[in-house]
Ligand binder design. Structure first.
Ligand code: IYR
Length: 228
């Protein structure tokens, strides 16, 4: 390896039995996460959102450029504006106002077991919307020019860690991806080199919240892994 500045790195010295216990315990917890579409309007402390964003911001990423920005929306007016713009796109996607949906029949068929449609009340009900932006350029200094690398991969991992933290904190989440979502850049006042990637909706689940049974079907290990 070429010479570079470095500091020591170590992890707690536990035995393998303890490692297995911890891995299984975390797996059990994180496997309880569900995508929730019914939120309570009960307030949620900002500290939880801050901790989750800091967890996401520690994700592995290309050249440590940390190519992400999280625009956190809680103002009722801003949430309303996001809902209205998102629903306008979704009406076209689902073909709500015409007989020609933008989405293919195949895509709509795939979504049928989830019961999604153009109504997105959760964008106003939930206390927090975290609008995630991917920075195509900027580097660690965010100069708007330096090339970033593996941007989608990096921001995707960050979102996973952020969502895991919110789940650990006992909050429900929903990754919402209105399509197209360029309007989020304007609504959040972000620069042109940033691409909106998703909205992470966070809050307490509504008392009568449900999840589609389809979402409970998880592929077994034998299907999702091969050992070479
Ligand atoms: N953006 C739409 C459609 C949608 C697409 C996929 I793939 C999903 O897993 C869920 C929804 C919507 O939010 O309704």
């Amino acid at each position: 390896m070429k010479p570079h500045d470095s500091v020591p790195y170590s992890l707690p010295d536990i035995d393998d039995a303890e490692r297995i216990t911890r891995a299984r315990s975390f797996q059990e917890k994180i496997s309880q996460r569900r995508t929730c579409r019914y939120f309570s309007d009960a307030p949620v402390p900002r500290e939880i959102i801050e901790a989750a964003i800091l967890a996401g911001g520690s994700a592995p990423n290309g050249a440590n450029h940390q190519p992400w920005h999280f625009a956190v929306v809680s103002s009722p007016d801003k949430k309303k504006a996001i809902r209205e713009a998102a629903e306008e796109e979704e009406r076209e996607f689902y073909g709500a106002d015409s007989d020609k949906a933008k989405a293919s029949e195949q895509w709509l068929d795939a979504l049928a077991p989830l019961g999604t449609d153009e109504d997105k009340p959760f964008l106003e009900t939930a206390p927090w919307l975290i609008v995630v932006f991917a920075q195509r350029k900027g580097g660690i200094e965010e100069d708007g020019k330096t090339q970033n690398y593996y941007v989608n991969e990096s921001v995707g991992i960050a979102c996973g860690m952020l969502i895991s933290t919110l789940h650990e904190a006992g909050l429900a989440t929903l990754t919402h991806t209105p399509s197209p979502m360029g309007f989020l850049r304007d609504l959040c006042g972000r620069p042109p080199e940033e691409k909106p990637l998703m909205i992470i909706v966070a809050g307490k689940p509504a008392e009568d919240a449900t999840v589609p049974t389809h979402a409970l079907k998880k592929k077994p290990l034998t299907q999702i892994a091969s050992w070479l």
